[in-house]
Design a binder for this molecule. Sequence first.
Ligand code: TMP
Length: 208
Amino acid sequence: MLRRGLFITFEGPEGSGKTTHSKLLCEFLHKKGFKVLHTREPGGTLISEKIRKILLDPKNKGMGVGCEMLLYMAARAQIVKEKILPSLEQRKIVICDRFTDATLAYQGYAGGIDLKVIDNIASIVTKGLKPDITFLLDIDARLGLLRAGRSKDRMERKSVLYHNKVRSGYLDIARKESGRVKVISATAKIKDVQSVIRNFTLLTMSKV
Ligand code: TMP
């Protein structure tokens, strides 16, 4: 049992493999006997999954970036209150596929909303919660979009230029917060990427 809960997030452009890696890490820690919650954003609760459907529905192509940002935040407010904070209080390891960094990268760096405004709203909806570790799986935006496949959701349909800005936004966040964000090239073999993730997680856990 850990002395406190641990919050791990996975980030990256489309097609970076973060869902695969977050699930593999979850299985690994579960087998070691830790209590783990694996979840995703937007989603993870009944209400947040409904908001996810609105956000990703290609029919909502007229959605403005302000509406988009506030819906992501609304989904986040609910999952933080309903799932993430209670699980951390029970000293679980929470692994979340995307979190506030995604809003900074997508709606901030790529969408043009002031990063300070996003930070302020995020600190209200998350009650100041920050991940202990963030794995940023980095990949060329065009390659990632190809990997993501053909049936594209509303966000994946945005231009390559937009997705390039998402990628460089993520890398900028990693530069500013190098203690928290670990950048890993997503083009290496799954086994090798996963081994870096596991070792880094175990090292952090030994300090908690
Ligand atoms: P997913 O494909 O990782 O499940 O995420 C859904 C999409 O939502 C993906 O295109 C990234 C995007 N997104 C944002 O634009 N802002 C956010 O705050 C979050 C959490 C995701």
